[in-house]
Design a protein around this ligand. Structure first.
Ligand SMILES: [Cu+2]
Length: 470
C-alpha cells in the first residue's frame, strides 16, 4: 500500500497530463482538475480535510476520488476513458473505466452535501452516468434518451444533486450498457450519515468493493462484450485472486464490508470464522429487528449488501464467493472430467495437437495449481496463490480477512501470515488405522419398489462440463 504522499504525487502528475491533453486551459479553469490513479493498489482512507468529518472507507485495490469545495458545493471530476487494469500480477486487461482505473474511484460524501460531478467523456462512443440507488431530480438520473442526451466523445456534462440519504450506492453508465459494463465502467459511492444514526453503528474498519466479471480469452487483453453467462474471470474490483488485497484488521475491531454486484449472476459471499449481520442494502440501512446472524449472504444482480461483525477471532480467514467456479481463473472450458481415468499417454498425444491443452488431473484438479503449465502470455494461472502451507487452490473472487492483535488502529498494512499457537493446527494422524465399522442393514426406502431391478446399478459421478447457467 502506498503512502498518502505518493498518492497525491502520482495524482498530481497524471492529472496535469490529462488536463493538457483533453480540454483547453480556459475551459479547465472552471473545471476541477481530474485526478488520475495509475496503480491498482489499495489506497489508505482519504481522510476529509474539508466539509463535514466522517470515517472514510477503504476500497479494495481502489481509491477515493478527491474533491474540491466550491462555495459549499463538493465538486468531483470523473473522466470516462480507456484504461489498462492489472487484474493480477502478470495479467493486464484493456478496459474502460474512470480516471485511470476500472472500477472508477469511490465517491464519498456526507448526507445533506450538495454534490456537483463533472463527467468528461474520452471514450470512442457516447456515455452517461446513472447514480444507482440515489434520490435525485429525475433529470440527473443518467438514463440516456430518457433523462438526458448521451455525453458525446470529447464532451463534459455536469450532474448536480443533494445526497439525500446515507448509504452505499454504485454508479455506472446507462448508455450502451452491455458494452460499457462488460468493459468495466462502474464505481462505488458512499454517503456517510451527517450525525449519529440509530441504524448505522460506528465501525473501526469500513471496506468496499464491486463484484464484476469479464470474458477475456487466455493470451488476449480485451473483454468480449457479447458474453452473458460464460465469463472466465470473476473479479472483485476488476482484480482476481491472488491479486486481491487482504482485508487487514485489528483484533476486536468492528468491521463493515460493503459489496455491490454488477455482474449478470448472483454471488453468495462467504466469510470464515465469524458470523455477520446484513446491516444495509442499496435501499439504505436495514431495520435492526430484521437482522440475523449469517456466514454467507447472497448478492443478486444489481444489489448491494453491507455486512458487519466484530473481528474477535485471530487468524487468516478466507472470504470468498461460494460458487466454486467463481474462485477459479481463466481455464480451458468444456473439458471432460478425467477423475478416475487412466490417461497415461493420452495427454501427450493431445498436447501435440493442441499445444496449450490442459488435461484435468486424474486425481482431481489440485495438481494443476502446482504444475508448471505453459500458459500463453497475459494469462492468469488457473489456481494460484501461495499460503504458509502451500498453494491456495483458488482464483477469482477470493481474499483473506487477517485479524491480528498487533495491527495498529487505523493501519491497513498487510501483516505476515498468522502464527498459529502450538497445537492449534490440523495435523496428520500417524497412529494405527482401525477397520471402519460398516452399517450392516439394507439401505432404506419409503416404499417397496414396484419392479425391483435384477442387478445393482452403480453410477459414476461426472462433473458437468460447460458453464451454461452461471
Ligand atoms: Cu460468485
Amino acid at each position: 500500500m502506498n503512502s498518502r504522499r505518493d498518492f497525491f504525487k502520482t495524482a498530481g502528475i497524471a492529472g496535469g497530463a490529462i488536463a493538457a491533453a483533453a480540454v483547453s486551459r480556459v475551459a479547465m479553469a472552471a473545471l476541477p482538475e481530474p485526478v488520475l490513479q495509475t496503480k491498482s493498489d489499495t489506497m489508505p482512507p482519504l481522510v476529509p480535510n474539508t466539509g463535514r468529518p466522517y470515517n472514510a472507507v477503504v476500497t479494495l485495490n481502489g481509491w477515493t476520488l478527491p474533491w474540491r469545495m466550491n462555495q459549499g458545493v463538493k465538486e468531483f471530476h470523473l473522466v470516462a476513458e480507456p484504461v489498462v487494469r492489472e487484474m493480477a500480477p502478470g495479467m493486464k486487461a484493456h478496459l474502460w473505466g474512470y480516471n485511470g482505473q476500472s472500477p472508477g474511484p469511490t465517491i464519498e460524501v456526507v448526507e445533506g452535501d450538495r454534490v456537483r460531478i463533472f463527467v468528461t467523456n474520452k471514450l470512442p462512443e457516447h456515455t452517461s452516468v446513472h447514480w444507482h440507488g440515489q434520490r435525485l431530480p429525475n433529470g440527473m438520473d443518467g438514463v440516456t434518451g430518457l433523462n438526458q442526451p448521451g455525453i458525446n466523445p470529447g464532451k463534459t456534462f455536469v450532474y448536480e444533486f443533494v445526497a439525500r440519504r446515507p448509504g452505499t450506492f454504485m454508479y455506472h453508465p446507462h448508455a450502451d450498457e452491455m458494452t460499457q459494463m462488460a468493459m468495466g465502467m462502474m464505481g462505488f459511492w458512499v454517503t456517510h450519515p451527517k450525525e449519529k444514526n440509530p441504524l448505522i453503528d460506528e465501525v473501526q474498519r469500513d471496506f468496499c468493493f464491486l463484484l464484476n466479471a469479464y470474458d477475456i480469452d487466455p493470451g488476449s487483453y480485451t473483454p468480449k462484450i457479447m458474453t452473458m453467462l460464460d465469463f472466465n474471470l470473476w473479479t472483485w474490483n476488476s482484480r482476481i485472486f491472488p491479486g486481491i488485497d487482504s482485508l487487514n484488521v485489528r483484533l476486536n475491531d468492528k468491521v463493515r464490508i460493503r459489496f455491490g454486484n454488477l455482474t449478470m449472476t448472483n454471488h453468495p459471499i462467504h466469510l470464515h470464522g465469524h458470523e455477520f449481520q446484513v446491516t444495509g442494502t442499496d435501499g439504505g440501512p436495514t431495520p435492526k429487528g430484521s437482522r440475523w446472524p449469517e456466514v454467507t449472504t447472497d448478492v443478486a444482480v444489481g444489489q448491494m449488501r453491507q455486512i458487519e461483525f466484530v473481528a474477535d477471532e485471530e487468524g487468516d480467514w478466507a472470504f470468498h464467493c461460494h460458487k466454486s467456479h467463481h474462485t477459479m481463473n481463466a481455464m480451458g472450458h468444456d473439458v471432460p472430467t478425467m477423475i478416475g481415468v487412466d490417461h497415461r499417454g493420452v495427454a501427450k498425444k493431445i498436447s501435440n495437437l493442441i499445444p496449450d491443452y490442459m488435461v484435468m488431473g486424474e486425481r482431481g484438479m489440485a495438481d494443476m495449481g502446482e504444475m508448471e503449465m505453459p500458459l500463453p502470455d497475459n494469462t492468469a494461472p488457473m489456481m494460484t496463490g501461495q499460503g504458509p502451507f502451500g498453494g491456495v487452490e483458488m482464483g477469482g473472487m477470493f481474499s483473506v480477512l487477517k485479524v491480528r492483535k498487533e495491527q495498529k488502529p487505523g493501519n491497513y498494512e498487510n501483516p505476515d501470515w498468522y502464527k498459529h499457537p502450538p497445537g492449534t493446527v490440523a495435523f496428520e494422524w500417524t497412529g494405527s488405522m482401525p477397520e471402519p465399522a460398516r452399517f450392516k442393514a439394507e439401505s432404506g426406502q419409503s416404499m417397496p419398489l414396484a419392479k425391483p431391478s435384477k442387478k445393482d446399478i452403480e453410477v459414476q459421478i461426472r462433473k458437468p462440463s460447460g458453464h451454461a447457467g452461471h
